[in-house]
Write a protein that binds this ligand. Structure first.
Ligand SMILES: NC(=O)C1=CN([C@@H]2O[C@H](COP(=O)(O)OP(=O)(O)OC[C@H]3O[C@@H](n4cnc5c(N)ncnc54)[C@H](O)[C@@H]3O)[C@@H](O)[C@H]2O)C=CC1
Ligand SMILES: O=C(CO)COP(=O)(O)O
Length: 321
């Protein structure tokens, strides 16, 4: 059985290389032919400079075989379009992408079910590609079909895969932490407010868990690697695109111009649209996400946003909602 990795950005490339070094058969699909050629000819990629790439790349989607495991590693807003273009159905999907589709509010598992209807698993957790490329110790979680077999095939001495049973919780945690990380970046950009950042991360995971509860997620998941683990790395790492995006906004850069000029995906800036829409429909209190939305799309001052979060009505820390 072969892994067909859809997406030759930083994570797709590093994950494909990890699988290859684990002895798996792998092929890496790049959207642009010049990237596939660069990987094949010079064993490098503009998306990741920490490693030599020996995986074969293609930009032909028709190379997908029906016996392949399709690994999704492309921006969430483009997943539906690419799955719809497949001429064959893979044996299963392993998803690495983190976000919600704006126009439907759906998770990747729901999109896969709608279009392919094949077995599905999701891998998530604190795993910046730059560190995995350097073989630095990393632990993640995997939920869904064939979890035990995938755990065994993906784990190695620097990449430790746990399993859990909560696909919904793992997907929601991975998607929403990117929104909170933008707020964390804003705090960094405003001057590095340590107390506020600790409070934001704590209230952030509570906000994510509250959203997850409406979709049947297991609350334990938010205390695990896909939840608090990934939230911590994304809110604090120098590698996080979401955190850096927030930091630049707070330093005065225009959010729309930043998004237009970035060649890397800032998933939280898109997922926040789906989150506020769902929160509004289902009456879920999502104060941090709503402020992030107002800063990115409403031109609100980041400083005013943080002040407004502090001025909300006083309440118990763990209120029933
Ligand atoms: N970079 C990381 O450390 C991690 C990333 N992820 C997730 O993996 C997913 C992919 O992110 P990265 O590999 O970091 O990408 P990246 O930000 O390094 O590169 C952007 C990727 O998006 C692709 N892309 C741009 N427009 C596209 C389109 N219209 N259709 C298809 N592909 C398009 C580019 O070709 C490139 O492969 C995201 O959902 C991200 O949240 C998850 C864990 C770690
Ligand atoms: O999900 C990630 C790390 O686990 C990557 O986050 P960023 O997209 O913010 O870099």
């Amino acid at each position: 059985m072969r892994f067909f990795v859809l997406g030759a950005g930083s994570w797709g490339t590093v994950f494909a290389q990890l699988l290859k070094e684990n002895g798996e058969e792998v092929i890496l699909w790049a959207r642009r032919k010049e990237i596939a050629d660069l990987i094949n000819n010079s064993h490098t990629s503009p998306y990741i400079d920490e490693m030599e790439i020996s995986v074969r790349a293609t930009n032909n989607l028709d190379e997908l075989k029906s016996t392949d495991i399709l690994v999704i590693a492309i921006p969430v807003q483009h997943v539906r379009e690419h799955l719809s273009r497949l001429s064959k159905k893979p044996s299963m999907v392993l998803n690495l992408s983190k976000g919600l589709e704006i126009k439907t509010g759906k998770r990747i598992s729901e999109i896969v079910k709608e279009i392919l209807g094949c077995p599905y698993a999701v891998l998530s957790g604190p795993s910046h590609a730059e560190e995995v490329a350097r073989k630095l110790p990393t632990a993640v979680t995997l939920a869904g079909d064939n979890a035990r077999e995938l755990q065994r095939r993906i784990s190695n001495e620097y990449f430790r895969v746990y399993t859990c049973e909560d696909v919904v919780g793992v997907e929601i945690a991975g998607a929403l932490k990117n929104v909170i990380a933008i707020a964390a970046g804003i705090l960094d950009g405003l001057g590095g407010w340590d107390n506020a950042k600790a409070a934001l991360e704590t209230r952030g995971i509570y906000e994510i868990a509250r959203f997850g509860r409406h979709f049947g997620a297991d609350q334990k998941t938010f205390m695990g690697l896909a939840g608090i683990g990934d939230l911590m790395v994304t809110c604090n790492s120098k590698y996080s695109r979401n955190r850096r995006f927030g930091e630049l906004i707070a330093k005065g850069f225009d959010p729309q111009k930043l998004l237009e000029s970035s060649h890397q995906v800032v998933e939280g800036a898109f997922t926040v649209k789906a989150v506020v829409k769902k929160a509004d429909e289902l009456e879920i209190d999502m104060p941090i996400s709503e402020e992030v939305y107002r800063v990115i799309y409403g031109g609100k001052s980041p400083f005013q946003s943080m002040k407004d979060l502090m001025k909300r009505s006083l309440k118990d820390e763990f209120w029933a909602d």
